[in-house]
Design a protein around this ligand. Structure first.
Ligand SMILES: NC(=O)c1ccc[n+]([C@@H]2O[C@H](COP(=O)([O-])OP(=O)(O)OC[C@H]3O[C@@H](n4cnc5c(N)ncnc54)[C@H](OP(=O)(O)O)[C@@H]3O)[C@@H](O)[C@H]2O)c1
Length: 200
């Protein structure tokens, strides 16, 4: 168990956490003692991730629940399942993000636009609406959403993705203003290019 800080007794819920940065963040939270509920869409990858986290920390700290973050009902079920299995939530990492379209923003279909915005932005508003009551009741909590350096400059081919990540920063700022005084912290992280299976 890492001694950098102690998250024993805390419960963390993560979306987009069966692979990549989400899995790395879930593993680090568990290594610091938190119980983690990880979610993604594919159950097989979730099961493998749960096993990997538990092996890494040498304790049964990880649980896996399948949920597509782009749908409000799925997130409601995810939060309910987390409450039943582990209890009220202290930490949220809204990491699920999609980019279903590579092309000019002016030519994007309504469907691709809505999918980008619902998964990358509104999902995190839904998570806040569902979980902030837990945090206020406990007297504090932390919600962290994964934005991107793509938020900060225009792009001819990835513009809508960048728009969604900039909107996510706007969401974080507003939720922080609203709930910071009640002890709930909101932050966005903005990774640069991170190597995953899409960029070998
Ligand atoms: N990689 C980069 O260079 C980079 C840079 C800046 C920001 N980001 C952002 O960082 C986050 C993670 O990226 P990554 O590169 O680490 O991703 P990744 O390695 O491709 O992993 C994505 C994870 O999210 C899950 N996921 C995808 N769509 C989902 C959905 N609709 N609902 C729930 N889970 C979903 C995937 O599992 P399933 O497929 O089973 O759902 C997987 O667990 C994203 O928000 C991305 O936009 C990435």
């Amino acid at each position: 168990m890492s001694k950098l800080f102690d998250l024993s007794g805390k419960t963390a819920l993560l979306t987009g956490a069966s692979k990549g940065m989400g899995l790395a963040m879930a593993t680090a939270l568990a290594e610091h003692g938190a119980k983690v509920v990880i979610s993604a869409r594919k159950q097989e990858a979730i099961d493998a991730a749960v096993q990997s986290i538990n092996e890494t920390c040498g304790a049964q700290l990880a649980h896996g629940v399948a949920a597509n973050a782009g749908y409000k009902e799925a997130l409601r079920d995810l939060v309910e399942e987390t409450h039943q299995r582990v209890g009220p939530i202290d930490i949220v990492v809204g990491n699920a993000g999609v980019n279903p379209y590579y092309g000019a923003t002016s030519e994007i279909s309504d469907k691709a636009y809505e999918k980008t915005m619902s998964t990358n932005v509104q999902s995190n508003l839904w998570l806040a609406q569902l979980v902030v009551p837990d945090m206020i009741e406990k007297g504090g909590g932390s919600m962290m959403f994964t934005s991107s350096i793509g938020a900060f400059k225009p792009s001819e081919m990835l513009g809508t993705y960048g728009m969604s990540k900039l909107a996510l920063i706007g969401l974080v700022r507003n939720l922080a203003a609203e709930f910071g005084p009640k002890g709930v912290r909101f932050n966005a992280i903005c990774p640069g290019l991170i190597k995953n299976r899409f960029c070998p």
